[in-house]
Ligand binder design. Structure first.
Ligand SMILES: [Zn+2]
Length: 498
């Protein structure tokens, strides 16, 4: 493959040339959700970012195995309660009912955002035997020890023998001693930074399995080490997740993999940054939060109207995955405009027909160069915002071709065909956009757009005639249909209220 894809590797903190271990095969593991509540928008951003990387690798011709797990046991809250069991208690459901309910919800949202399903979606509870085996291997290799039926990973021994602990998160072992969150089992551990890879279940803990050490359950970090290596091998290409997972989750995964098979799990680590709301960290307790459902319906004090999932997806792709992404009403409105511009440019482009004559100018070079630049941007650590800005420049060209401002025969017929294929494939296959034909009210948006243009045009006429009564009547009738019309100096705009 001729491309030169560079990926920012969180482990080395450098952009590195992407060289798969066994080309054309590529293995990616991304930490999936813990299914105990509705999926957070921040988590959606992570999944959408990896979806574009997955799609781009496929676009480049790789055969990609994309593994994204479902965590359904062992991910504990700070007070030591299992997240799934907490939901079980609060919602009066069986643990696997909780898991299924929120897995379904997660899948629905992922479908709305037009993300491709992973190649394999393993669940932690389906891999208990393999988890027990890995714990046994870690003990055998001298990095695990049992106390009262629980098994801990010996971080200090590991850090002393292998110089990798703390490399990903940039923490030093002495500091780790004071940063541990697992207060409950402090007395059983040799060092505060040690972490449980198998936990003995307390009597009230209903998710439990037999093991050589106790009836209990696996540690959250261990699950990912087991599921990634089971499906991708002990050393695979890319491991990803949100940046909040770097420590302790990913740092401990690396330690476990060394402890079990003496090698690093993946060659490249990719971490996506956080989502913010109006410049502040999202936080439920501060009320500074918005859910995917609220975003789609407009039922939130932070936005004036609902936005379709595909517009939200486009909005997220206009920020690089390693930068924080700041949600606001204005930014979403701008993204909606931009999204419509791209879709419209594509419709115009696909209908352009070349008359076969040639008067080639430097437009030919410019169009070709813009297409190259889009790929160069993607090869520069998946720089979607930059690639999208090139697509806007291409959109302007397309519109000029249509209006005749630039003669269509200033580019060759083959170049027009290449541009048609490229533009279509890039916006739909790589960015994962789609024609948002169904509007928030269930109507065809193209029809609605056309009708509203007609109605507002007629209303403008009565306003020019100073027939305010008819103008207001039209506005009120539209309001009854949940269509809000706003008048200002530049004219009238409309939006659908959900
Ligand atoms: Zn994980």
């Amino acid at each position: 493959m001729e491309h030169q894809l560079y990926i920012h590797n969180s482990l080395t903190r450098k952009k590195e040339l992407f060289q798969p271990i066994n080309p054309p095969f590529v293995g990616i593991y991304v930490c999936g959700p813990t299914v105990y509540s509705d999926v957070h928008l921040g988590n959606c951003r992570t999944m959408i970012s990896f979806d574009v990387m997955y799609r781009y690798l496929l676009f480049l011709g790789y055969k990609v195995r994309y593994v994204r797990n479902i965590t359904d046991v062992g991910h504990l809250l700070d007070d030591g309660e299992d997240r799934i069991l907490k939901a079980t208690r609060l919602e009066q459901l069986e643990p696997m009912e909780v898991v299924q309910k929120y897995t379904n919800g997660f899948h629905n949202i992922m479908r709305e955002f037009n993300t491709l399903p992973p190649s394999i979606e393993p669940r932690a509870t389906q891999h208990i035997l393999e988890q027990i085996e890995m714990v046994e291997t870690i003990i055998k290799n001298g990095y695990g020890y049992e106390v009262n039926g629980s098994v801990y990973f010996d971080t200090v021994k590991f850090a002393n023998e292998k110089n990798v602990y703390g490399q990903l998160s940039g923490r030093v072992i002495e500091k780790l001693h004071t940063e541990t969150r697992d207060l409950k089992n402090q007395s059983e551990k040799k060092h505060p930074s040690d972490f449980a890879i198998w936990m003995k279940a307390s009597p009230e803990h209903i998710m439990r399995w037999k093991s050589p050490w106790s009836e209990g359950f696996p540690g959250w970090h261990l699950e990912c080490s087991v599921m990634s290596t089971k499906y991708l091998g002990t050393h695979f290409d890319i491991h990803g997740g949100g940046t909040d997972l770097k420590f302790p989750h990913h740092e401990n995964e690396i330690a476990q993999n060394y402890g079990a098979c003496n090698c690093a799990p993946s060659r490249y680590w990719i971490h996506t940054n956080m989502l913010e709301l109006e410049g502040k960290k999202m936080s439920k307790s501060d009320g500074n939060t918005i859910s995917p459902a609220e975003l789609f319906s407009g039922n939130s004090p932070f936005i004036n109207k609902g936005f379709s999932p595909i517009v939200v997806r486009f909005f997220m792709l206009q920020t690089h995955y390693r930068s924080t992404n700041d949600i606001s009403n204005d930014a979403l409105l701008a993204a909606e405009k931009g999204y419509r511009r791209l879709m419209e440019a594509n419709r115009v482009l696909q209908h352009l027909s070349h008359d076969g004559t040639l008067a080639i100018t430097d437009e030919e070079e410019q169009v070709k160069r813009l297409m190259d630049h889009v790929l160069e941007d993607m090869n520069d650590d998946f720089n979607t915002p930059k690639a999208i800005s090139r697509l806007f420049v291409l959109s302007n060209k397309i519109n000029s071709f249509q209006s005749g401002q630039i003669a269509l025969n200033s580019i060759a017929p083959e170049t027009l065909e290449t541009l048609k294929k490229f533009f279509h494939s890039f916006i739909f296959d790589v960015l994962g956009l789609k024609e948002d034909t169904v509007g928030p009210t269930g109507t065809d948006t193209k029809v609605l757009d056309g009708l509203m243009e007609l109605v507002l045009g007629m209303r403008q006429k009565v306003r020019t005639d100073k027939d305010w009564a008819t103008s207001d009547k039209i506005r009120d009738s539209l309001a009854a249909l949940n269509i809000v019309v706003k008048d200002d100096k530049e004219g009238s705009t409309w939006s659908v209220k959900n």
